[in-house]
Design a protein around this ligand. Sequence first.
Ligand code: AHM
Ligand code: MG
Length: 327
Amino acid sequence: TAQELALPVGVTLDRFIMHSQSAFPYATGELSQLLRDIALAGKIIHREVNKAGLIDVTGANGTENVQGENQQKLDIIANIRFIRALKNGGEVCAILSEEDEDIIHTGNDHGKYVVAMDPLDGSSNIDVNVSIGTIFSIYRRITPINSPANINDFLQGGRKQIAAGYILYGSSTMLVYSTGDGVNGFTYDQSLGEFILSHKNIISPSDGKIYSVNEGNYNSYPESIKKYITDCKLKSYSARYIGSLVGDFHRNLLKGGIYLYPSTTKDSKGKLRLLYECYPLAFIAEKSGAKASDGFRDILDIVPSDFHQRSPIYVGSSTMVEEAIKA
Ligand code: AHM
Ligand code: MG
């Protein structure tokens, strides 16, 4: 919004959220509070991620907390922390998490929102000190307030997201989100305990020279994608693949590039989950001028049928994604 644009780089996330809210005179502030809850969860997971290598050490010293969480794997800890932050915040009535088969009712049936999330994505990188991330997607519930949320609240479709974003635990921790009107990035300043606006109104380059795909699976990709990968090589594009979706997506968003997780002969739907991996990143992509497709239609136009369904995804610079579709 014009209000957001007026704010200089360097303001805190809280100030930014307050300012954005004042642009909507009838807003009740609940979404603002929910975004603050997510930021808080991000800070807590940042803390856990940063001491990850010490978990066994401290556990061996018998210094585990009351929940005995030191012994648990980091993705489970992140799940617990995130759910707790959203429960305590009070704005969310139900949560869908990659870590849980069914939706989680928070007990806040008066809450207006539901959240789908992958609390800690990039499982193969968690234990080896490589970038990982949290991905989240927010909907306004369609079931009546003060009743339990149900599956319909989560299966509204990608275009019904009212906000989405991710937290990247990389060389620094960053929160990137959009409420539908521009994408903004905030870098966590640990000494202040605050997210600071560092990447204002992110516009992704329309073309790029980076391609990110697991080439180990090359032989089981569709012919069109094999061709596209070959084209990238002929043009001497840079191959960059962390194997952490948030990190690969974020780099390509800023520098220009494409991330692909195509269908394979084994998995016709690829690997990534529609509701809490593909939709939210597709939302951020579109709001920053980039593009996300499953090869046939925009990711956001896929009609969902299942909590944990998968989808192929090609996401990044619009020109590159169009070329991948046409290849
Ligand atoms: P996860 O949810 O089990 O962590 O899997 C998702 C991750 C993405 O972060 C990453 O882009 C992809 O899986 C890597 O998969 P692969 O190892 O097949 O290339
Ligand atoms: Mg995941």
